[in-house]
Design a protein around this ligand. Structure first.
Ligand SMILES: NC(=O)c1ccc[n+]([C@@H]2O[C@H](COP(=O)([O-])OP(=O)(O)OC[C@H]3O[C@@H](n4cnc5c(N)ncnc54)[C@H](OP(=O)(O)O)[C@@H]3O)[C@@H](O)[C@H]2O)c1
Length: 269
């Protein structure tokens, strides 16, 4: 089994666990017997996740509030994790968000913060925590990408590029550590009902335009991810329609594809 067994000296670190997919990862890994360390900026929301994971018979949970978009935030988080005394045997790099709209009208800080959260934090935490997994001969990393990773996304240009980065980084790393007891998986969900759309600024009407067949429940997305971690899958795309659409997008000629997408994207002004 690729997923390391729960133990008294290890923890599953889940970033972006104050809502959505991250909170689901915390719930499901905790129910499987893992101690979980949940990370995000909103301390009150993390405390609620910890309370939900701290019911009798489970291994407990720790909340570490941190802004992972900054180097200082990541350093502080890694110091607190080391001080807590449990080795990270599972790392779920899930924290992320999207901006929306034309780059010509974008906010510089928001764009750069998105790259830092979606990409830099994943590279930094992976680089910091992978060596101990390799030394122990066991570990699992799940990097949350998106079906947006499979083609450029006009009007979410930066977001699509961050997720293409995550997919490329993950697939390369998976090949690097193959045979060393550590697995690396890219989770590529299609649309999921979380706080993601409202944080990005999508209207309810534009969200409702997405075909129903593409939507997968957060619990099912995380269930598919954990199934993929167990079997050491490199890429997990929850939902049959999303898996087919991702494959079609990946191999479509980019010129016509991005032209059509640019015409239809709700972020177009
Ligand atoms: N929902 C979708 O349709 C969808 C589809 C494909 C991929 N994804 C990906 O799935 C992942 C999880 O998103 P979600 O759908 O669960 O959305 P969500 O409910 O908005 O959750 C995002 C999480 O990221 C955390 N976060 C954001 N910026 C952070 C920062 N600077 N430092 C630390 N934590 C930060 C948020 O916590 P705080 O605000 O408390 O910091 C929150 O816990 C993201 O990587 C997203 O790109 C989502």
């Amino acid at each position: 089994m690729a997923l390391p067994a729960p133990s008294a000296t290890t923890t599953a670190v889940i970033t972006g666990a104050s809502s959505g997919l991250g909170a689901q990862f915390a719930e499901q890994l905790s129910a499987l017997g893992y101690h979980v360390t949940v990370v995000a900026r909103r301390r009150d929301r993390l405390d609620a996740v910890v309370a939900a994971c701290s019911i009798a018979g489970r291994s407990g949970a720790t909340a570490l509030a941190a802004d992972l978009s900054s180097a200082e935030g990541r350093d502080a988080f890694l110091s607190e994790l080391a001080a807590a005394g449990r080795r990270c045997s599972i790392l779920i790099n899930n924290a992320g968000f999207s901006t929306l709209g034309p780059v010509a009208e974008a906010n510089r800080t928001a764009e750069v913060t998105m790259v830092a959260t979606n990409c830099t934090a994943i590279v930094d935490l992976t680089t910091a925590l992978l060596p101990a997994m390799v030394a122990a001969g066991g570990g699992a990393i799940c990097n949350v990408a998106s079906t947006a990773a499979f083609q450029p996304v006009p009007f979410q240009a930066g977001y699509g590029a961050t997720k293409a980065f995550v997919l490329s980084y993950t697939e390369a790393l998976a090949a690097e550590v193959a045979g060393r007891g550590v697995t690396v998986t890219a989770l590529c969900p299609g649309p999921v009902e979380t706080e993601f759309a409202s944080v990005a600024g999508f209207t309810e009407d534009s969200v409702n335009l997405l075909p129903k067949a593409m939507w997968v429940e957060a619990s099912a997305v995380v269930g598919a991810a954990i199934g993929g971690l167990r079997t050491g899958r490199r890429v997990v795309i929850p939902g049959r329609v999303n898996a087919i659409a991702a494959r079609v997008a990946r191999f479509s000629p980019r010129g016509p594809l991005t032209t059509v997408m640019a015409r239809r994207h709700p972020g177009k002004k």
